[in-house]
Design a protein around this ligand. Structure first.
Ligand code: DGL
Length: 267
């Protein structure tokens, strides 16, 4: 039976793929003495094109795996899985602290000067009730342009596009936000911070891009303090993937400066 106070426990972090590395980066900075296990479900990415049932089922399988590996807390480093499944997952594991990541609508509303906000996210997140509720609760007074980005997660996962190729793909998604003259853009998918420079090129230097990775790390640290009974040691991060371990290792090295190789797991 899972115990949330397991002294030697670790924090399990997962995403549909490599995007959650943006959250992992913030967690490693905020909790340097904490063992972390990152699982990229790249064999089943993108979640944004899957059914709600599929995403819930994959997320549950991943959490079961993380618990078997010693997780006593889970961070869902994926907007799509959080949006579609966090309620069910919390109901299934009521003792397990689960922190999710959501599009940063609230910080965007606090920042905007002209009241025009753009949200970039996967199709599923854009179409979700949860995002609608976030907008109703916090952005009722703003003009919000929602933009789904089909194909973008695949392009980031594969790493096949060079800077100009990525610039071309992003034009399709940034164009409507430029036309709406937004001054703030929510990066509503954890893959997107890795192409933030290219999004910024499209939107111009005066537009703020909102990424919630630091806020998620702060929340995680607060919850972790309440349950961790072991003093922080040197800390270590393990990387696992249901896809190609070479891809995860390469991107973790490039984006986070990590040197350890990723392991492949089957779930
Ligand atoms: N990084 C995931 C997110 O934050 C991408 C989901 C997908 O695989 O479509 O939504």
């Amino acid at each position: 039976m899972h115990s949330p106070a397991t002294p030697s426990g670790l924090i399990g972090v997962f995403d549909s793929g490599v995007g959650g590395l943006s959250v992992l980066r913030a967690l490693r900075a905020r909790l340097p003495g904490t063992p972390l296990l990152y699982l990229a479900d790249s064999g089943y990415a993108p979640y944004g094109d899957r059914t709600v049932e599929d995403v819930a089922q994959r997320s549950a399988l991943v959490i079961e795996h993380l618990l078997q590996q010693g997780a006593c807390m889970v961070v869902i480093a994926c907007n799509t899985a959080t949006t579609l499944a966090i309620g069910d997952l919390r109901a299934r594991w009521p003792q397990l602290p689960i922190v999710g990541v959501e599009p940063g609508v609230k910080p965007a509303v606090l920042h905007t000067r002209n009241g025009r906000i753009g949200v970039l996210a996967t199709r599923r997140t854009i179409a979700s009730e949860r995002l609608q509720r976030l907008l109703q609760d916090h952005a009722a007074a703003c003009e919000v342009t929602l933009q789904a980005c089909p194909g973008l997660v695949d392009a980031i996962e594969s790493g096949m596009l060079d800077e100009e190729g990525m610039f071309g793909l992003l034009g399709e998604f940034c164009g409507p936000l430029k036309a709406a003259q937004v001054d703030t853009v929510v990066l509503g998918c954890t893959h997107y911070p890795f192409v933030a420079d290219t999004i910024q090129r499209w939107m111009g230097p005066d537009v703020l891009l909102v990424d919630t990775a630091d806020a998620v790390a702060e929340r995680t640290a607060a919850v972790w303090q309440g349950i961790a009974t072991a003093p922080g040691g040197p800390g270590s991060t393990r990387l696992q993937t249901t896809g190609d371990p070479i891809v995860l290792s390469r991107l973790a090295a490039r984006w986070l400066g990590m040197e350890q190789p990723a392991e492949r797991v089957s779930l």
